[in-house]
Each structure stands twice: as C-alpha cells, then as structure tokens.
Design a protein around this ligand. Structure first.
Ligand SMILES: Cc1cc2nc3c(=O)[nH]c(=O)nc-3n(C[C@H](O)[C@H](O)[C@H](O)COP(=O)(O)OP(=O)(O)OC[C@H]3O[C@@H](n4cnc5c(N)ncnc54)[C@H](O)[C@@H]3O)c2cc1C
Length: 379
C-alpha cells in the first residue's frame, strides 16, 4: 500500500509544497510507495501580489494567472475540484465533483484566506478593494478617474493578507497623485484598528514618520461597524466621510475547517514550529490557513512548505521528523511608485526596515517576475 499525501489548495504554499515533495520523494513516487495529490478549485494558479499594481494601471490581473497544470510537477496528481468537507477521524475529504470521497494518510491544508465584506453593513456596496481580482479592476476604474476629494484607506480587522500592502497602497497613491499634479486636490487618510499604523510595532514606528512627512492623515483605534451614504461609522463612535473608500475587508479562513474541528474562524490551529494541526492527527496546515501568528504572506507559505515537505518525507520513510519553522518572513515594501524598503524577520528577530531605494523597488518587481520559477520549485 502506498502512502497518500493530499495537499488541499494549489496557491503559493500548496504548489511549492507539491513540487518540493515531487523532488524530495521522487524515487518513492516512481516505485508507487508514495502518491502525492494536489486539489485546487481553480484550474489557474493566482499570484495575488500583482493586484497591488492593478488600480494604478501598471499591471493587469492576467499578469497574476497561469494554468496550474503548467506549474506542477508531472509526478503530482492534480485534481481540479472544490472540497466541501474534511472528516479527520475517517481521514477523508468530500468534494463537489468527481474527486471525493478521497482517502488520505497525510493531509496538508493550504486553502488561504477568504474575504468577508458582508460582515460590515454597507461595505460590499460602498467600498473598493485590491484584495480580489474583481475588486482591483473596479478600483482601477475609480482611481484612474479620481482627480479630487477624500481617499480613505481603511484596514478593517486583523489578520489580513500581506500586512504591508495597506501601507504600500497609500505610499504609492501619494506618489502617483504627486507625479500627476493632483496631490493637493486629494486628501489621503489611512485608518487602522489598533493604536498604531501596523500590527508590528517596529514596522509601525518606521512607517508613521513617512506618513506624516507625506501629509497622509492617520486614524488609529478605528474599527468600522457600518458604512452608509459616504460615511464610515466606527465601533468607537467616530465618523469619517470619504469620496473614494479603499477597504481591506475582514478576512476569514474556510468554514469547512472550523466544521472539521480544526480551529476557529476557518483557520487551523497548529504548532507554530512543526505546523502540525493541534486538533487532528496526520494533518498539517501552512500559509494563510495556519494560525501561527506570523503574517499571512506568500513568503511565509513558501518557507513553511519547505518545512512540511521535509517533515512528510521523514515520516513516510519512518524516521523522526525534525524540520521546524522558525517564523521566517520576508517582504519588499513599496514606498512609492519607484522606491521600496525590505524587511526580514522571524520568531526571535524583529524587523528592521531597510532605507527605501529604487534598487529595492526593482528587486520587488524582479521577485514578482521570478515568482513563476519559485512556484515551480526552480528558485
Ligand atoms: C494585494 C495583495 C498583495 C500581496 N503582496 C504580497 C507580497 O508582496 N509578499 C508576500 O509574501 N505576500 C503577499 N500577499 C499575500 C499572499 O498572496 C498570500 O499570503 C499567499 O497567497 C498565501 O498563500 P496560500 O498558499 O496560503 O494561499 P493562496 O495562495 O490563497 O492559495 C489558496 C488556494 O486554495 C484554493 N482553495 C481554497 N478553498 C478550496 C477548496 N475548498 N477546495 C479546493 N481548493 C480550495 C484556492 O483556490 C487557492 O488556489 C499579498 C496579498 C494580496 C491580496
């Protein structure tokens, strides 16, 4: 009998893991001792960081899409289907299509984040976002014709994908409007739910003076509870009017993960070093789906995939699994249309953002281009 490793989710983490396992367990797969199956509900792989550039008209959503089949090693069995339930006791998945029920010996959950704008009355109708392909395209239409008024970027709830992306958006908007001679006619306000402008105090301390220098207004302890007729009403009792609202909607994981008893709000409770699920045997989670406390970022999913791959390879070979995730996160942070900073940190070492430079901006763009090699496991 072969060991069946099933990866649920073919985004950044799931795809890197599938290719890493194909390489690491190549001989076991060839001899049919191990099978690796990757299940994704979309035949296309989506690279979300491209969406940051779509509202400014410098990238299009199709730049962030490639057929998943072109990215995944032939030794991996790729299934396009939507999983609807996990039964951790029976070690079984159920799906809407031809795949289920599917039996697993080891399951890796890599289902990412979903957006929940409906949690805030009025948000879906009034707000724009660049955290979805459709949102980024609609915002592009609005922003390209926005020449005066109040632009509000509101981060609604935490955690959310790429904690730096809201800062990036206001820094880019400021620069982009200045380049076009419109900045004096557009007021920019950034709102954040806690007492500082970013969840990480070191990044907040770095970003705040840049915002002040650029005349970007800041509202902290700002938690929208309703949006109505051009005004945001907050839980704290304040109100803020806007002409263009760019919101980072509340994020959730998948209900099916909570229904399977794996954790709350659709995130899987895991050991933050081993990435093993806390409430089920033979289940790992990585990337956005895993509740580790580190940012929900592609770089995190990538590093975690390496750790899970090593652990699974040890387990199927009957050896102790020793690989551990150390919290490594890296991120280029755009500080304008042609400058960026860079941060790298882990559980032990806090971030210290690099001075912004044009070179770092080009490094970020180069990373985005080389992503397709990274996903294939070639970098
Ligand atoms: C605007 C923006 C900018 C960003 N910029 C950066 C950046 O600069 N650097 C960085 O590191 N990160 C960035 N990120 C975050 C990064 O994109 C995510 O953290 C990363 O994609 C998480 O990878 P993942 O594998 O966990 O999930 P995902 O890449 O989201 O993949 C999840 C996959 O699971 C599939 N799936 C979900 N449910 C099911 C189901 N029931 N059945 C089958 N398949 C399912 C989905 O279709 C998807 O393919 C950014 C995100 C956004 C929105």
């Amino acid at each position: 009998m072969s060991d069946h490793i099933v990866i649920l989710g073919g985004g950044t983490g799931g795809t890197v893991l599938a290719n890493n396992l194909a390489e690491r367990l190549g001989s076991e797969i060839d001899s049919s001792d191990v099978r690796v199956t990757l299940i994704n509900d979309d035949p296309e792989h989506v690279y979300k960081p491209v969406w940051l550039y779509v509202p400014f008209g410098t990238r299009e959503p199709e730049d962030g899409r490639r057929p998943l089949a072109d990215l995944v090693d032939d030794r991996v069995e790729l299934k396009i289907d939507r999983v609807t339930a996990i039964d951790p006791d029976a070690q079984q998945l159920h799906s809407t299509g031809e795949v289920g029920p599917i039996q697993y010996d080891k399951l890796v959950v890599a289902t990412g984040s979903t957006l929940a704008p409906d949690e805030i009355p009025g948000l879906a109708e009034a707000g724009h976002d660049y955290y979805s392909e459709s949102g980024a395209l609609e915002l592009q239409d609005e922003l390209l014709s926005f020449t005066e008024g109040h632009l509000v970027l509101s981060v609604i709830g935490s955690p959310h994908m790429c904690p730096a992306a809201p800062l990036e958006f206001v820094f880019m908007a400021d620069d982009w409007l200045r380049e076009r001679g419109l900045r004096e006619d557009v007021e920019i306000t950034y709102t954040y739910p806690i007492q500082r402008v970013h969840g990480n105090p070191h990044i907040a301390e770095w970003a705040r003076p840049i915002m002040d220098d650029r005349d970007i207004n800041v509202e902290t302890f700002f938690n929208p509870e309703e949006i109505d007729d051009g005004t945001i009403h907050t839980m704290e009792g304040s109100e803020l009017s806007y002409d263009l609202l760019v919101a980072i909607p509340p994020h959730r994981g998948l209900d099916l993960l909570t229904e399977a008893g794996l954790g709350d709000s659709g995130w899987v409770d895991v050991d933050k070093h081993t990435l093993e699920a806390e409430h089920a045997a033979n289940v790992y989670a990585l990337g956005d789906a895993a509740a580790t406390g580190v940012p929900k970022a592609g770089s995190v999913a990538h590093y975690q995939a390496g750790v899970v791959s090593q652990r699974l390879a040890s387990e199927v070979r009957g050896r102790p699994a020793t690989a551990r995730y150390d919290g490594k996160t890296l991120c280029f942070v755009e500080t304008g249309m042609d400058s960026a900073s860079y941060v790298e940190f882990d559980y032990e070492h806090p971030p210290s953002p690099a001075p912004p430079s044009e070179k770092l901006h080009w490094s970020k763009l180069a990373y985005n281009e080389s992503y397709w090699l990274t996903a294939r496991g070639l970098l």
